[in-house]
Design a protein around this ligand. Structure first.
Ligand SMILES: Nc1ncnc2c1ncn2[C@@H]1O[C@H](COP(=O)(O)OP(=O)(O)OP(=O)(O)O)[C@@H](O)[C@H]1O
Length: 710
């Protein structure tokens, strides 16, 4: 209902504007020309049409929203769900992107656009001059004047110099503009993507964007190209069209031009209605390209695992499927382009050509107000008028044709605009804490919704304290309804429980990766907590950077840490040989992920912990690939450095390094208590012994049965 009343209003106001305009025209017929009246009327009628189609689209959207009921998505890319049209949303998105790529009138981009426009005008003027000179050359030829003919040729060659310079300048400007747009947009996106953990939110917490890499690296470039290209492809024909139509209207009368414009507009509308949604096709193609590329990069990332599984056939199937889905779509677009091209050619070249001839015949068959009443028009005059008008019309219709052909380019720009704009939209949402993920929760959906709707509090403090904090996965599954525990500095915590119960998730909340949906989290600042996962992240860069990541060399030096001190850290872990691995020593750069074995990578990660010396460390199964001796060295040294440890591990050997235990049962319950490792180990051993005995009971009973029978 709200939508209806909002959209009917402009429609009504336009109708009253039409009535007012007609009254004004009737009462001031002598002062307002019919041409002006018809032009304004045409614009208003178009506005009504537009308002009605917007109204329909809005109510369709509203209905679709009501049908889907919630904000849950179907797991496809945001750009795949979006309808790409030349509507208000497109212009809003384009405006937003334009503000980023051309930030102000004083910017370099504005200056470049201005000089580009100047060269476009120069090119039109040169074209007019060349056409004129063309005529003069033909005239000299017809007259048989050899001297004038040669002189004209000389001038023709002379004008070729500024003409070729202008053309090259235009190509240069276009390429430069595209590059500048891309730079602005990429910088803007990088700033946003790499702040407030947005890159993590896009991949882990939100479902709407599947391939941000493809969007940032390829689609932004395509958008920039398309925008720069469209400006030069549109500006010149529009300029030509204005100049020629103006001259033409002076010759054949304004009414004739307006009437023809009406017919052209009508056929253009029919064409537009029959034009396939090329913008959506382009957006879909870009998405499929992204998915295909992503499948290839997955294979590169996990090459070793796939090779050991002999998974090449399965991978080939996946890649082929991705490729053929893409190619099927591209083929479909090609076919639609073919049919559309036939229709476009017919309407623009032949139908409008015939209309043009009709228009040119106006001064021949009808007397125009400018002609003298009763004046005799000679055959020569008629031919001259016809030829002049025809030439102007050819210019105007060629320009109009190019504007019409560029409709397809505009649609393609709409496709790229929609993709880039949805990336910005999703990043805005993530930074504002609004995630959209497929909710697949099976456990008490209504209850979960209530928990998800809440917002918790985060307070900075020296110690770590959780007060009634729920642990909820991005899918909406409530792993623990209300977790409460307190950890003071020096209390080393062990977190245990079955797979998938939420151990790592607890630390995701602590690290600020997952939102706090309820209760209160007291925690030290992010810089005081260091995280070491099971598979440590090894960055691209020197060996030194692997130890000091994410600190840059300048920060390392500012902290006063020398290479000798770094070497001491390596020595504790038996890693000093790494410095001699390459002649460049600390500065050696390699793909460390491939060069180092799993265990060595875990030891390098531990050296990183020793370098940073944080107040708290989260050790998530980070010793699974090292020996018990190395594990002891790691834990003893970390404790000696005054680091409070929070370990997730299934290894019993680690119990003795901790004083508290948080135990999840995988059913949403937990116990937080003091950990007396020795006592607990004894109890565990006793339990295991009893378990063994229990398993033997049936066998013993069977034997007793046998003995009794005998
Ligand atoms: N990005 C994510 N999107 C959706 N669900 C997730 C995401 N990350 C984790 N989960 C889900 O949250 C649950 C808890 O995961 P978590 O990693 O905390 O388990 P865990 O207790 O550490 O298990 P393990 O011992 O196997 O490492 C799992 O069911 C997991 O599938």
């Amino acid at each position: 209902m709200a939508v209806q009343s909002k959209l009917v209003l402009p429609d009504r106001s336009i109708k009253s504007a039409i009535a007012q305009l007609t009254n004004l025209y009737i009462s001031n017929r002598t002062r307002i020309s019919r041409a002006v009246y018809l032009t304004l009327l045409l614009a208003l009628v178009n506005r009504v049409r537009h308002a009605i189609s917007e109204q329909k689209a809005a109510s369709a959207r509203e209905q679709a929203k009501r049908r889907s009921g919630t904000t849950s998505s179907d797991g496809t890319d945001a750009t795949a769900k979006k309808k790409v049209e030349l509507n208000r949303e497109f212009f809003r998105s384009l405006l937003r992107l334009l503000r980023i790529v051309v930030p102000s009138w004083q910017s370099k981009e504005s200056r470049l656009l201005l000089s580009h426009s100047v060269f476009l005008v120069i090119r039109t003027l040169i074209s007019l001059k060349v056409a004129e000179m063309d005529g003069a050359i033909v005239k000299a030829l017809v007259k048989g004047n050899g001297r004038e003919f040669l002189l004209r040729i000389f001038w023709w060659m002379l004008i070729a110099m500024p003409a070729t310079f202008t053309n090259s300048m235009l190509s240069y400007h276009q390429a430069e503009l595209s590059l500048k747009y891309r730079t602005r947009l990429t910088q803007y996106i990088h700033d946003k993507y790499l702040s407030q953990l947005t890159f993590y939110g896009i991949s882990a917490l939100d479902d709407r964007i599947k391939n941000p890499d493809q969007l940032i690296s390829v689609d932004v470039a395509k958008f920039s190209n398309s925008l720069a290209e469209l400006y030069s492809n549109l500006a010149k024909p529009i300029l030509d069209m204005t100049i020629y139509t103006y001259s033409l209207s002076k010759s054949v009368g304004g009414e004739g031009v307006v009437f023809m414009s009406l017919l052209v507009q009508l056929s253009a509308n029919v064409m537009r209605a029959l034009t396939p949604p090329f913008g959506k096709y382009v957006a879909d193609e870009a998405r499929l390209e992204g998915e295909f590329r992503f499948q290839h990069s997955r294979l590169i990332d996990h090459g070793e695992e796939v090779a050991l599984y002999s998974g090449h056939e399965a991978e080939k199937d996946t890649l082929d499927k991705g490729y053929f889905t893409l190619i099927k779509h591209v083929n479909y677009i090609l076919r639609r382009r073919f049919y559309h091209g036939v229709m476009e050619d017919f309407v623009i070249k032949y139908f409008w050509g015939a209309l043009g001839l009709l228009l040119c015949s106006v001064p021949v068959f009808f007397k125009l107000p400018g002609q003298l009443a009763g004046g005799v028009v000679s055959m020569g005059d008629r031919t001259e008028t016809f030829v002049t008008n025809r030439r102007m019309l050819l210019g105007a219709s060629d320009a109009f044709g190019r504007v019409m052909f560029s409709y397809r380019e505009v649609m393609e720009l709409a496709g790229y605009t929609s993709r880039v704009a949805s990336l910005l939209e999703v990043m805005d949402d993530i930074q504002a804490g609004h995630f959209e993920k497929k909710l697949v929760s099976s456990s008490g959906t209504e209850d979960n919704a209530a928990v998800l709707a809440g917002r918790g509090t985060v307070v900075e403090s020296k110690d770590i304290q959780f007060l009634d904090v729920p642990i909820i996965s991005p899918n909406g599954d409530v792993l623990v309804r209300a977790l409460s525990f307190t950890l003071r500095q020096g209390d080393h915590l062990l977190v245990v429980g079955p797979n998938g119960c939420g151990k790592s998730s607890l630390f995701r909340i602590l690290g600020g990766l997952w939102p706090v949906y309820g209760g209160t989290v007291h925690k030290p600042p992010f810089s005081d907590i260091f995280y070491i996962p099971q598979r440590p992240y090894l960055s691209r860069g020197s060996l030194r950077q692997q130890i000091t990541y994410p600190d840059s060399l300048r920060t390392v030096r500012a902290r006063g840490v020398t290479d000798a001190q770094l070497l001491d850290m390596l020595k504790i872990l038996g890693l000093e040989h790494l410095v001699d691995l390459y002649p460049e020593g600390w500065d050696a750069e390699a793909e460390w992920r491939d060069v180092l074995s799993g265990g060595l990578q875990q030891r390098v990660a531990m050296a990183r912990l020793f370098y940073h010396k944080p107040r708290y460390a989260i050790l998530d199964e980070c010793t699974s690939s090292v020996t018990l001796e190395t594990e002891k060295v790691m834990y003893d040294n970390a404790k000696a450095l005054g680091i409070t440890l929070m370990t997730v591990s299934h290894r019993r050997s680690l119990w003795k390094y901790h004083s508290k235990i948080l135990q999840f049962d995988g059913q949403g319950n937990y116990i937080f208590t003091q950990l007396d490792a020795e006592k607990r180990l004894k109890l565990e051993d006793e339990k295991e012994d009893l378990d063994v005995l229990l398993r033997q009971v049936p066998e013993i009973e069977r034997r007793i049965g046998e003995l009794t029978a005998e």
